[in-house]
Design a protein around this ligand. Structure first.
Ligand SMILES: Cc1cc2nc3c(=O)[nH]c(=O)nc-3n(C[C@H](O)[C@H](O)[C@H](O)COP(=O)(O)OP(=O)(O)OC[C@H]3O[C@@H](n4cnc5c(N)ncnc54)[C@H](O)[C@@H]3O)c2cc1C
Length: 394
């Protein structure tokens, strides 16, 4: 087994989309970066994601600020990175299958307009032009042209390739086992299965496994896995043109239950498959695909697109979103372990939020301007401390 470089400015733990983006932004800032991952590269939660870059599902507040900065940076990446990653600025269409969802949707649209987000309410023929196969009785939707989509594994791989091109190292099959600290408790090195890397800073981008990494450094994080199930159809002609989801999806983001909640999200991919999601369930790292949940997701998708009733499924799988009780990512230096930066807890939005998260980390480590206010995401925020004793499975 080959070793790791013995020195770095920054060691990034995790090669998912968040770690890859952090490594790229740091490498652009002339930091000597080493990315380590205990498994195959980008094979964690990132490989389970649908790849949506959404502004439409976030009410005004810090997460929307992070999402808008990220959406802009994803657009830059599409022109900046040497390798393609199926960036599609296709826009999102949010539909309301019942009266309650309709009221919620129109309320969110009004809030979005107040903060300058581009959104159109579309009805009748205009809606049919956007999505010709939508169920006939769905007669009102909100169209968000700034929603986009990437292929998450390709996107992360493209970022990691740039890191290598900029002189950094990316090492798979390399598990972090512990840390060395100086007399003040500051991290000075990362110990791995392939050797020790002396460093000035560490980024914990281990997604739902970030609490375990934090504990290796003598601290903790209230991040827990939130299970999600996804269905993938056979390749089909283009039946779905945008990211289409039901308005009630937004409520499932903050409803924290240990039983599966299902809400329809539907989008096509460049390969022709259609992704049908999704479920949310605080059930620990349980990898079981629950057939009842699969049926519920399929039924919700067919409710939006009856044409999908005859589509065959290629596969179904589950992934584990890094969930945080106050529903905001954790981005910043650990107040107890100097030199340890966390970039985690993005739940179902880590792909969308990765670029601005990485810019926040880069800004903190290199003392350069941040893309948005970092304070709402800090490790020591009161809402996170209040949630320090989670009641859900670890
Ligand atoms: C079904 C589903 C659909 C989703 N859809 C979307 C979507 O459309 N849009 C969106 O924005 N987000 C979506 N998400 C969420 C998104 O996938 C995650 O927020 C994001 O991938 C998290 O990325 P990450 O880099 O933080 O974590 P991961 O991708 O999980 O990366 C963490 C890495 O850390 C490594 N690691 C762990 N411990 C160690 C250790 N001790 N040493 C070394 N390496 C270690 C792991 O091997 C792993 O590769 C979805 C998630 C699911 C489950």
């Amino acid at each position: 087994m080959s070793g790791v470089p013995t020195e770095a400015d920054v060691v990034v733990i995790g090669s998912g989309v968040v770690g890859a983006a952090c490594a790229y932004e740091l490498a652009l800032a002339l930091q000597r970066v080493v990315v380590v991952d205990r498994g195959h590269l980008t094979a964690g939660t990132t490989a389970s994601g649908e790849g949506n870059i959404l502004v439409s599902d976030k009410p005004p507040g810090p997460e929307l600020d992070l999402a808008r900065a990220s959406a802009t940076r994803w657009r830059d990446y599409a022109g900046e990175l040497a390798r393609g990653f199926e960036y599609e600025p296709k826009g999102g269409v949010v539909v309301a299958p019942d009266e309650a969802q309709r009221a919620g949707l129109l309320d969110l649209v009004a809030q979005h307009r107040d903060v300058g987000l581009t959104v159109d309410v579309v009805e009748g023929t205009d809606l049919r032009l956007l999505e010709p196969h939508l169920a006939r009785d769905l007669d009102l939707a909100a169209h968000y042209p700034d929603d986009a989509q990437v292929q998450p594994v390709l996107a992360s791989s493209a970022l990691l390739a740039e890191v290598r091109d900029l002189g950094g190292d990316v090492v798979g099959d390399c598990e972090v086992l512990g840390f060395d600290h100086d007399a003040d408790g500051r991290v000075t090195a990362v110990r791995t299965t392939r050797g020790t890397i002396a460093c000035g800073a560490v980024v914990n981008a281990a997604g739902p496994w970030s609490p375990a990494v934090a504990r290796l450094a003598g601290t903790d994080l209230p991040v827990r896995p939130r299970k999600g199930t996804l269905l993938v159809t056979e390749p089909l002609p283009r039946l779905v043109h945008h990211k289409v989801y039901e308005a009630g999806y937004v409520d499932t983001l903050t409803a924290d239950t240990t039983t599966a909640q299902v809400s329809a999200v539907v989008e096509s991919t460049a390969a022709g498959t259609i992704l049908l999601g999704s479920s949310r369930e605080l059930a620990g790292f349980d990898p079981t695909v629950d057939v009842a949940v699969v049926r519920r997701i399929a039924a919700r998708a067919v409710r939006l697109f009856p044409v999908l009733a005859d589509a065959a499924l290629l596969r179904t799988y589950v992934g584990f979103r890094p969930w945080v009780p106050d529903h905001l990512p954790i981005v910043g230096e650990d107040p107890l372990v100097r030199g340890l930066w966390h970039a985690t807890g993005h739940e179902g939005a880590g792909i969308g939020l990765a670029p601005a998260t990485a810019q926040l980390v880069r800004a903190g480590i290199t003392a350069t301007p941040a893309p948005c206010d970092p304070l709402p995401f800090r490790v020591s925020r009161p809402s996170l401390a209040a949630a320090a004793a989670p009641v859900v499975p670890a």
